[in-house]
Design a protein around this ligand. Structure first.
Ligand SMILES: [Zn+2]
Length: 430
C-alpha cells in the first residue's frame, strides 16, 4: 500500500462542514495530512500524485441495512431455496458489488442461512475476496406466524423457513448462542410484522418481552448488538425499552415513541429501508403488485406514516441512516444510493445531511466513529473520488462511472485512471 497525494480536490469531509478545495495525503491506511484552500502539502518521495482536476473527494459511504445474501428474488422463499454452495458464491459477489458502488462499509441486517454473513466477512477481512468493511448479522430470529416463519403447515421443517423460529426465552437463548458461536456482530430480531406478509402486517407486534429480554441479555454479555425489524409503534417502544441499538424501519410512531427515540438518540440508529415501500407502491406493476394491490397491502398508509415519523425523528436529532432491503427484484443490489434521495424526499434532510448520514453517522454505526466516516487527519482512508458535485445532484452517486476512485483502508479498489495520454489525470515526473 503506497502513499497517495490527492491534489486539486473539492473536499466534502463528511462532518457537515461546507466543501472546500484542498489536498489530501494518504499514508498507509490513514489520512495523514490535509491542506486547505491555496495551501500545498510538501512533495513526498514515492507518493503517487493524483491531480483530480477539481473532482470531489469524500468519505466512503456506509450502508446501514445490508443483506448481501438476498438474491434479487421477488419472494422470501426465492431467497431461501438457493442451495448453500451457490448462495456462498452469490453473497461473496454481492459484497464486491457494494464496494464497486462506493459503499466501503456495510452493516449486515440479517442473512439467509446461519453462517453466510460471517463466512463472507471473514473472507473479506482475510483478503480472500474484495468487499466493504462488514458487520456480520445473524439470520432473522422470529416467532411462529410472524415475518420470517415460512414453514408450511404440512412441511414443518425449519430448513424451509427464512428465519429462525423460536418460542419462549429458552429457545431464544439457544438460537442466540448458536449465532454467537458462529461469530456474528449482531443479532437480528423480527419484532413486528411486515406488509409483505398478509397474515402479519406491519402494524402487528409479535415477540414477547421475555424473548426480547433474553436475546438482548445473551448478546450483550458477548458485546454483540441487537438490531430489530420494527415497523409497528409497539415494537419500536419494545426495542427501546430493551436497549436494542439499531432500529430498522420505525414506520409507525406516536408522541411517546418519538420521545423515547429522542431520549435514546445518542446510542441508537434508525435505518428506515424505504426501498420496499417506495418501489412497490410506485413501481410494483412489473412484479404483479399494481398500485391498487400495493395500497391494499398497506404500503400507501405506511409510506405516509414513515414519512411523518422520519421527519419528526430527524428534527429531534435521531440519527437516520441510508440503506435498506436492497436485493429484492424491485430494488436490486447496487441501487442503494437511491436511499440518499429518499432521505431528502421523505425524511426532510438537506443533501448535505443525507451525506453526513452516509458518512459520519456511518462511521459511528460501524462502531468506529472516532476513526471512520470523515475526511480528517488520522482517520482511516476510506475515500471516494467523485466526478461532479453530489450536493448538487445526489444521483451522481448512483452512477458507477462517476465514481472515479474508490479507496478502502488506504488501498484503491478502483484506482483513478492515470497516464500521460490523458488530460484529467497526470503523474508528474517524480
Ligand atoms: Zn431488511
Amino acid at each position: 500500500m503506497g502513499n497517495v497525494l490527492f491534489t486539486n480536490v473539492r473536499i466534502i469531509d463528511g462532518s457537515g462542514a461546507a466543501p472546500y478545495p484542498g489536498e489530501v495525503l494518504v499514508q498507509g491506511n490513514r489520512i495523514s495530512r490535509i491542506a486547505r484552500g491555496g495551501q500545498r502539502l510538501p512533495p513526498m518521495a514515492g507518493a503517487t500524485v493524483i491531480d483530480a482536476a477539481g473532482a470531489t473527494l469524500m468519505p466512503g459511504m456506509t450502508e446501514a441495512h445490508t443483506h448481501f445474501a438476498w438474491n434479487n428474488a421477488a419472494t422470501l422463499d426465492g431467497i431461501q431455496i438457493m442451495p448453500l454452495e451457490e448462495h456462498v458464491l452469490w453473497t461473496a459477489g454481492v459484497a464486491k458489488l457494494y464496494l464497486d458502488h462506493g459503499w466501503t462499509s456495510c452493516v449486515g441486517a440479517a442473512t439467509a442461512k446461519p453462517r453466510l454473513d460471517v463466512v463472507v466477512r471473514n473472507a473479506i477481512n482475510e483478503g480472500l475476496i474484495p468487499g466493504p468493511r462488514y458487520l456480520a448479522a445473524s439470520q432473522e430470529i422470529t416467532v411462529a406466524g410472524s415475518l420470517g416463519d415460512d414453514m408450511l403447515p404440512h412441511l414443518p421443517y425449519p430448513e424451509f423457513s427464512f428465519g429462525q423460529v423460536v418460542s419462549g426465552p429458552e429457545e431464544m437463548r439457544k438460537v442466540v448462542r448458536m449465532f454467537l458461536k458462529y461469530g456474528v456482530d449482531s443479532i437480528k430480531l423480527n419484532l413486528s410484522g411486515d406488509n409483505f406478509v398478509p397474515s402479519a402486517p406491519a402494524k402487528t407486534t409479535w415477540m414477547s418481552d421475555e424473548e426480547v429480554a433474553m436475546a438482548v441479555r445473551e448478546a450483550n454479555l458477548r458485546g454483540v448488538r441487537v438490531t430489530v425489524h420494527a415497523r409497528s409503534c409497539a415494537s419500536i417502544k419494545q426495542a427501546l425499552r430493551h436497549g436494542c441499538e439499531v432500529i430498522y424501519h420505525a414506520s409507525f410512531t406516536d408522541e411517546e415513541a418519538l420521545d423515547m427515540l429522542e431520549a435514546a438518540r445518542d446510542r441508537i440508529y434508525v435505518a428506515p429501508g424505504l426501498s420496499v415501500i417506495v418501489r412497490l407502491l410506485y413501481e410494483g406493476d412489473e412484479w404483479g403488485i399494481d398500485r391498487q394491490k400495493a395500497v391494499a397491502m398497506g404500503y400507501e398508509e405506511e409510506l405516509e406514516a414513515v414519512e411523518k415519523s422520519l421527519r419528526a425523528m430527524h428534527k429531534r436529532g435521531v440519527r437516520v441512516l441510508p440503506g435498506g432491503d436492497y436485493g429484492f427484484a424491485w430494488a436490486l443490489h447496487g441501487e442503494n444510493a437511491k436511499d440518499l434521495q429518499y432521505l431528502v424526499k421523505y425524511a426532510g434532510m438537506t443533501p448535505m445531511e443525507a451525506l453526513v448520514s452516509a458518512t459520519r453517522h456511518g462511521g459511528a454505526i460501524m462502531k468506529r466513529g472516532d476513526e471512520l466516516g470523515q475526511v480528517k487527519e488520522g482517520f482511516l482512508a476510506d475515500l471516494l473520488l467523485v466526478d461532479g458535485d453530489p450536493l448538487a445532484d445526489l444521483a451522481i452517486l448512483l452512477d458507477r462511472k462517476r465514481l472515479l476512485g474508490i479507496m478502502k483502508d488506504g488501498a484503491f479498489h478502483k484506482a483513478p485512471e492515470l497516464g500521460a495520454g490523458r488530460t484529467r489525470w497526470s503523474l508528474p515526473a517524480a
